[in-house]
Design a protein around this ligand. Structure first.
Ligand SMILES: [Fe+2]
Length: 378
């Protein structure tokens, strides 16, 4: 039997710098659709499994001790690891393969939030996506931008004696399939999605949050206020928690800005983004913790493993200090990378206008996000 590593162990060992190499034995197209990446870069080779077996001894010799072998479900990689072990090489196989990696969610608590409220950031490394639980232990919590794996949020809520009272999507995501409507329906709680992002009609139960609306967490001291921040999408809602943490969706990232082109109105939304940044974000306390919905590169992950920054730091980005709106718009619009083809379909699914079968949804929900306008804005 080959040695194995779970997705969570792999995530942690990458962060600790203990993985020497990843040998990904999936087909080239699967590899190109999405790779295993953690909070530190790890040298990665893609050699499809049939090629490994064609040239077993040489491939084994090329592989480093303490490498991790990866395939789609964990079967081919286990065979490779067994063969390598016979040849004297110590490698491990990823349990459940990239299918299991794609579902991994890892919670990190954000420090510096005034009691009694607590905020947890859930990282989904396969997509570089972030979701959140904001709550008061013993009372209520809100789940924000959930993935389709609800159990980790529910486990955390149960651990702290919190009842989920609301589920919020900050906007209609284009890069991953939202778990929001299903989670809210299963729990029988209110779901909030901006209807502006759905052509005005949301075909499932929804209570839109207006600018300034406050969500109840059961504790009189806690204020979770919605802020309308159009730009990445027309309807994006950010949540300001206790005047201390801003769950900002894809408006700004630790490095960069959310792309404004995914709904086909790039210039108009780039102007909205400019106004949101200068008229809504800039007046906030510069110490406000900015908690975005994505990251692009491991450089955005801080020493505590969190993808957060402060408003002050966000404004060190050159483009965010551009005060001339039309220069800002031109700079963003001309530097946009091409959007993945799947994004239009994902938006239709997330706004309830398309219901593909579950296996097709799985395929749509693969690969890292490309939601930043540019990663070179810092
Ligand atoms: Fe987005």
């Amino acid at each position: 039997m080959a040695q194995t590593v779970t997705p969570l162990q792999l995530f942690q060992e990458i962060a600790e710098g203990r993985i020497t190499e990843i040998l990904d034995v999936r087909n080239i197209d699967e590899f190109e659709a999405g790779q295993v990446e953690g909070s530190r870069p790890v040298p990665t080779r893609n050699v499809p499994v049939y090629r490994v077996f064609e040239d077993l001894e040489d491939e084994c010799a090329r592989t480093l001790d303490d490498a991790v072998v990866i395939c789609g479900q964990g079967n081919g990689s286990e065979l490779v690891a067994e063969e390598f072990e016979q040849l004297g090489r110590t490698v491990r196989s990823l349990e459940g393969g990239t299918d299991a990696w794609n579902r991994l969610l890892v919670p990190f608590e954000i420090s510096g939030v005034p009691a009694p409220v607590r905020v947890w950031q859930f990282q989904r490394p396969a997509k570089a996506c972030l979701s959140y639980v904001v709550g008061v232990p013993g009372e209520q919590c809100i789940v924000i931008d959930p993935t389709r794996q609800p159990q980790p949020y529910l486990d955390l809520a149960a651990e702290h004696g919190m009842v989920v009272s609301h589920v919020v999507d900050t906007h209609v995501h284009a890069d991953h399939i939202s778990g929001g409507p299903a989670l809210a329906a299963d729990l029988g709680v209110e779901y909030h999605l901006p209807p502006e992002d759905c052509g005005g009609i949301v075909p499932f139960p929804n209570r839109p949050l207006k600018d300034g609306d406050v969500l109840d967490l059961g504790s009189a001291q806690v204020r979770v206020m919605s802020m309308h921040l159009p730009g990445h999408t027309p309807g994006t809602i950010a949540l300001l928690v206790s005047e201390a943490v801003l769950l900002v969706g894809d408006t700004v990232f630790v490095r960069g800005l959310g792309r404004p082109d995914l709904t086909g109105q790039a210039e108009e939304l780039a102007r909205d983004l400019f106004r949101s940044v200068h008229e809504r974000l800039r007046p906030l306390d510069p110490r406000t913790i900015i908690a975005p919905a994505h990251w692009s590169t491991s450089e955005e992950i801080n020493g505590d493993g969190l993808v957060v920054t402060t408003l002050d730091d966000v404004f060190t980005a050159t483009l965010l200090n551009e005060r001339a709106m039309e220069r800002f718009v031109e700079e963003i619009v001309t530097s946009l990378p091409a959007a993945p083809e799947s994004y239009d379909l994902i938006r239709l699914v997330n706004s309830g206008r398309l219901e593909p079968p579950e296996d097709e949804i799985d395929i749509l929900d693969v690969g890292r996000n490309q939601c930043a306008a540019s990663t070179s804005l810092a």
